[in-house]
Design a protein around this ligand. Sequence first.
Ligand SMILES: [Zn+2]
Length: 84
Amino acid sequence: MLRFLLLLALAGLVYLVLRASLRSFLDGFRPHDRPGPRALRDELVRDPVCETYIPRSRAITRTAGDTTYYFCSPDCAARFVRPS
Ligand SMILES: [Zn+2]
């Protein structure tokens, strides 16, 4: 009986360790899935010219007044006509 309980405790421990390592494994491959400082920094922004979504960190920015526009490429930034 004691042995059974010991085995059960061991199984629970193994389960917890596996679950924790699986979670960190998944996090390593999908860093943008959950909100956090990293996800916020790499938030998707919409290119108003071609309507493509790009990570903010890789977007080309143009500021008009107090609005910042994000573009996928220098081409789109050059084609952009500021809305009046
Ligand atoms: Zn574009």
